[in-house]
Design a protein around this ligand. Structure first.
Ligand SMILES: Cc1cc2nc3c(=O)[nH]c(=O)nc-3n(C[C@H](O)[C@H](O)[C@H](O)COP(=O)(O)O)c2cc1C
Ligand SMILES: CC(C)CC(=O)C(=O)O
Length: 382
């Protein structure tokens, strides 16, 4: 039983506290960790706190419309779900529960290619929910050493109705996550990297005899064996050339790379530092969002993830140019708490916070949220 006796959770921290008290150590440490000293993990949230909202008053805010679109798909609010690997460690229903919750909330979910449920099963899981429209599902992709396997993933996503590919570009090697190294992280034996038949089980589950100095979490070894560190921008163009659906890049933190991404022809950019799990002391995403948006100048949609925990964080990200935000860990904590319903409850809370933030700032629709609604701190950096 992972659900706490009292279920009156009032903010996203409550889901996290519940997970800290109830989750198995191997999974909890994997989910919560950032790389090295976790400076960027902390900074992702703190940077939001330093930004001031400049509320406007005496607008009629009796009706608030939070709806928006991502890649031309209408969604009910700009709060979406980021890809996180191996969700069945959090709850037996794993990625299917997250997909169903996203469908119920009519928001976008990005499925990790390293999921513990296959692309096809996740697609199937939302079919029985009779709603007016299917909420968008995107597939997060790494470019694997095995290019044919990479191409097959794209085809499977397209065939299953996924509507975009989010290509992660910040993981040529896995960041050094100290807790996973200490724990010798292993995927529990009953789970597999479901998009790769039983290959994932054998490799991530494999006990490693090497020392902590080798970053010997089972995952780091698995990533090193699968991901191609020679990747460059020409490979982004290759993904574009084999995909019939939009291709976004996830993991951009500078204006320079944003310009290269636009030049490579991507359809969208996710400003992300991988939840502080890759380059420690990389900047908080909210601190570089404006730089990226200025460089992109409206040519493609820009999204943000990292440290979004409050409706006011969502408001700030939109004011600084994001079309939508994505939540990573909060969905895992909510999934662990109560599966599909837990994720719905978590999304309800942050959506209500966002609705209130809009109202108290004098905005009735998301396009009313403007740069003038926020004041950045003097030094928006670490
Ligand atoms: C446990 C965990 C697993 C993740 N797995 C993936 C993944 O498979 N692919 C990916 O591109 N990003 C992955 N991420 C990064 C998230 O997509 C996202 O960038 C990050 O979690 C956002 O920060 P937040 O957790 O503070 O919301 C993972 C993050 C976590 C916490
Ligand atoms: C399988 C992992 C590489 C997934 C991931 O991106 C992460 O743990 O941050």
């Amino acid at each position: 039983m992972t659900k706490a006796a009292q279920s009156a959770f009032v903010n996203l921290d409550d889901f996290e506290k519940n997970a800290y008290a109830t989750m198995d150590r191997n999974a909890l440490d994997y989910y919560r960790s950032g790389s090295q000293d976790m400076i960027t993990v902390r900074e992702n949230q703190r940077a939001f706190d330093r930004i001031i909202i400049r509320p406007r008053v005496l607008h009629d805010v009796s009706h608030i419309d939070m709806s928006t679109s991502v890649q031309s798909h209408q969604i009910s609010s700009p709060i979406c779900i980021a890809p996180t690997a191996m969700q069945r460690m959090a709850h037996p229903d794993g990625e299917c529960a997250t997909a169903r919750a996203s469908q119920r909330q009519n928001t976008c979910m990005v499925l990790s290619s390293w999921s513990t449920t296959s692309i096809e099963d996740v697609a199937q899981s939302t079919k029985s929910l009779a709603l007016e429209q299917e909420a968008p599902k995107w597939l997060q992709l790494y470019i694997y050493k095995d290019r044919e396997a990479t191409r097959r993933l794209i085809e499977r996503a397209q065939d299953s109705g996924f509507s975009a590919i989010a290509l992660t570009v910040d993981t040529p090697f896995l960041g050094r996550r100290l807790a996973d190294i200490r724990n010798r992280f292993r995927l529990p034996p009953h789970l597999t990297m479901a998009n790769f038949s039983d290959q994932g089980k054998s490799q991530v589950g494999k006990a490693s005899a090497s020392s902590a100095a080798d970053n010997a979490s089972g995952l780091a070894a698995y990533v090193a064996s699968q991901i191609d560190p020679t990747l460059s921008w020409k490979h982004v163009q290759w993904v574009k050339s084999v995909s019939r659906i939009p291709v976004l890049v996830k993991g951009i933190l500078t204006a320079e790379d944003a310009l290269l991404a636009v030049k490579a022809g991507v359809d969208g950019i996710i400003v992300s530092n991988h939840g502080g799990r890759q380059m420690d002391t990389a900047p908080a995403t909210i601190d570089v969002l404006e730089e990226v948006c200025r460089a992109v100048a409206g040519r493609v949609e820009v999204y943000l993830d990292g440290g979004v925990r409050r409706g006011t964080d969502v408001f700030k990200a939109l004011a600084l140019g994001a079309k939508a935000v994505f939540l990573g860990r909060p969905a895992l904590w909510a999934l662990h708490y109560n599966g599909e319903d837990g994720v719905v409850e978590m999304l309800d809370i942050i959506n209500e916070e966002f609705r209130l933030a809009m109202a108290l700032a004098g905005c009735v629709k998301v396009s009313d949220i403007k740069r003038e609604h926020v004041r950045m701190p003097a030094h928006a950096c670490l």
